[in-house]
Design a protein around this ligand. Structure first.
Ligand code: NAG
Ligand code: NAG
Length: 301
């Protein structure tokens, strides 16, 4: 009885000590911790190793930062539900955005395990994927293959036969959409990486913008990579017909969606329906980077 008491006391002290330590890390030696962290960890590691929530909230029954409303959703990592992806081998996936929310696309995370392989997209469906962790091999006609590492991506036009394979472990984010035909325009395979894309002009804004797909009419969506230093924010407060699927890759900040203001961090995903007022401010100690799906080049009619 007594030893249990001392054991519990010891545990309590230990917890107290470790929570003090966390506080110190958070407030006193913060800059060095932040810079150490960003130097020693691979790119985008937080997406796959998210801080689920502040530690005192982590075990709070029923607590989640996720929100689902008529015109937007915030899907935070503690709400992800993985299940085997249909037609894929040794892969589990979590659909974060799907037509049930009102979108015309799906966005999902796919965790490829040992000896895994993708299944084909549905008929007439185009696919874009971006590597978040590990490496995958993209193989298409005549056995041509590419190894795609973190920050690399591929766009596969509808009907383009291919497979994504992995012999160890990898995480990718995938967007799929039924391709919207435009007479006289044919989209082509794209395989590339973010760092090879030029910075684009952003009049009136200070964030950095890269587009991962060509802007030509053949493509009915694009994927933007947007970078903000802490303290930078969007000048525009956009309301538009386009839809968005967003994955926060690095950093933290405040996302405004409609009349709600959400603290967000790397690993969080957001669905933005057409015409939801939207705005972002990057805060915290490290830069923000997000990946953003946007439908383009087609009449909304
Ligand atoms: C899945 O991976 C395991 C372990 O590497 C392997 O033995 C198995 O054959 C794979 N499953 C399929 C359906 O290929
Ligand atoms: C990758 O993108 C850059 C910039 O858009 C382009 O110049 C380059 O040719 C692309 N690489 C491949 C292999 O397509």
């Amino acid at each position: 009885m007594r030893s249990i008491f001392f054991f519990l006391l010891f545990l309590g002290l230990f917890n107290y000590a470790s929570s003090e330590e966390e506080k110190e890390e958070g407030f006193c030696s913060a800059p060095s911790v932040a810079s150490l962290e960003s130097k020693s960890k691979p790119m985008y590691w937080k997406v796959d190793n998210p801080t689920l929530s502040p530690f005192h909230l982590q075990d709070l029954p029923g607590f989640t930062r996720s929100v689902y409303k008529r015109d937007h959703a915030l899907i935070t990592p503690e709400s992800h539900v993985y299940s085997p992806l249909p037609d894929w081998i040794n892969t589990s996936g979590a659909y974060l955005i799907s037509p049930e929310t009102g979108s015309h696309f799906v966005m999902y995370l796919a965790k490829l395990k040992e000896n895994s392989r993708s299944g084909p997209p549905l008929h007439d469906v185009e696919r874009f994927f971006f590597v978040l962790q590990g490496a995958v091999t993209l193989t298409y006609a005549h056995g041509v293959s590419h190894i795609l590492k973190v920050d690399s991506y591929a766009y596969l036009p509808p009907g383009f036969e291919h497979s994504v394979e992995c012999d160890t472990a990898a995480t990718i984010v995938v967007f799929e959409r039924r391709y919207s035909l435009l007479r006289g325009h044919v989209p082509e395979l794209v395989v590339n990486s973010t760092d090879k894309q030029p910075l684009l002009e952003t009049p009136g804004e200070i964030f950095e913008l890269r587009k991962l797909l060509p802007t030509s009419l053949a493509y009915d969506f694009n994927i933007h990579i947007m970078d903000f230093q802490p303290g930078e924010f969007l000048n525009v407060k956009e309301v538009h017909y386009n839809q968005h699927g967003l994955l926060l890759l690095e950093g933290q900040g405040i996302y405004r969606l409609g009349d709600s203001w959400y603290p967000v961090q790397a690993g969080d995903a957001i669905w933005m329906a057409p015409f939801v007022p939207q705005w972002y401010a990057a805060l915290g100690k490290t830069p923000s980077r997000y990946l953003l799906y946007k439908d383009v080049n087609r009449s909304p009619l």
